[in-house]
Design a binder for this molecule. Structure first.
Ligand code: NAD
Length: 281
């Protein structure tokens, strides 16, 4: 697999494009606005400069990575010649289904279509195509060029050959994989949501201050980031959406705490809006 299309150039899409291009895959990155594409190019350049400064890559590798990525606003163009297309548009089932319908129409017959969804049904997304055996979940983590894991989600009709091909391409780009069944939240979103929602409840009950809940988990449990700070980075709107899906599948233990609902109602989604549990300049 050499030629990759990435649909959606936001937080995850630009990271996935960079991770692939750093390992010499030819990537076309697609988004609906020129502004999103230019922000993505800028973010990739900054990320490569940081990696170069830290000695993880040399100048030639940074230059080669950039030359491996082209961008377009045209979905049809992003599908031509591709061996694999990875979708990373916002977490909305109807949007993803409508995009997969078009990917199925534009992409060559052999192309595998992957979704980076964090918790939606891969089987349902696949059902909007005529190639359900070649649709799969390829769940990356942020920041994609750094994080080691790809959670591979096998839909009801996903073929073993498709799974093998995704395991292989993941290994090619230096990632480890786990294979999971297509269930709400897979392994990681379900486990992380349980942890983060409980920490929000601990804070809401006044057991400890915001900073001390995060500090306790960071230093006592050796997590790299406190759960409330992490929630701000993930996006509180995304957290709320994920927990509502998990409540439907597993019941009350995933019920969103009031504090999460209130912050979202107020439009405080975390880092992206400048305020969540914490304030950001
Ligand atoms: P984001 O909002 O940062 O980026 C989404 C991008 O998709 C935007 O640039 C937007 O312009 C673009 N887009 C919207 N409609 C489009 C369309 N019709 N065609 C092409 N592009 C379109 O979102 P994100 O955080 O990158 O999340 C993307 C996906 O990855 C979601 O499914 C999310 O659940 C999943 N995910 C997110 C994280 C995370 O930490 N944020 C981690 C793993 C997986």
């Amino acid at each position: 697999m050499k030629k990759i299309g990435v649909i959606g150039a936001g937080l995850m899409g630009n990271g996935i494009a960079q991770a692939m291009a750093m390992k010499d895959k030819q990537v076309i990155l697609q988004d609906i606005t020129e502004d999103a594409l230019s922000k993505a190019r800028h973010k990739i350049e900054k990320s490569l400069a940081r990696l170069e400064k830290a000695g993880h890559i040399n100048h030639d590798e940074a230059k080669r990575t950039l030359s491996n990525i082209t961008t377009t606003k045209e979905l049809e163009q992003a599908c031509q010649d591709r061996d694999l297309i990875i979708e990373a548009v916002p977490e909305n089932l109807e949007l993803k289904k409508s995009i997969f319908e078009k990917l199925d129409q534009y992409a060559p017959n052999h192309t595998i279509l992957a979704t980076n969804t964090s918790e939606l049904s891969v089987t349902s997304i696949a059902a909007s195509t005529g190639r359900t055996d070649r649709v799969i979940g390829m769940h990356w983590f942020n920041p994609a060029p750094i994080m080691k894991l790809i959670e591979i989600v096998k839909g009801i009709d996903t073929s073993d050959n498709t799974v093998k091909a995704i395991e292989q391409v993941s290994e090619d780009v230096g990632k480890e994989t786990v294979l999971v069944k297509d269930t709400q939240g897979f392994v990681t979103t379900r486990a992380l949501s349980a942890h983060m929602l409980e920490c929000m409840r601990i804070y809401e009950e006044g057991v400890a201050s915001l900073e001390d809940v995060d500090k306790a988990i960071r230093l006592g449990l050796n997590y790299p980031m406190g759960p409330l700070q992490l929630a701000d980075y993930v996006g509180l709107d995304t957290m709320l959406f994920a927990s509502e899906g998990l409540v439907e599948a597993f019941g009350d233990r995933f019920r969103p705490p009031q504090i999460l609902r209130k912050l979202v109602e107020a439009g405080h989604y975390g880092v992206k809006t400048g305020r969540g549990f914490y304030s950001y300049e």
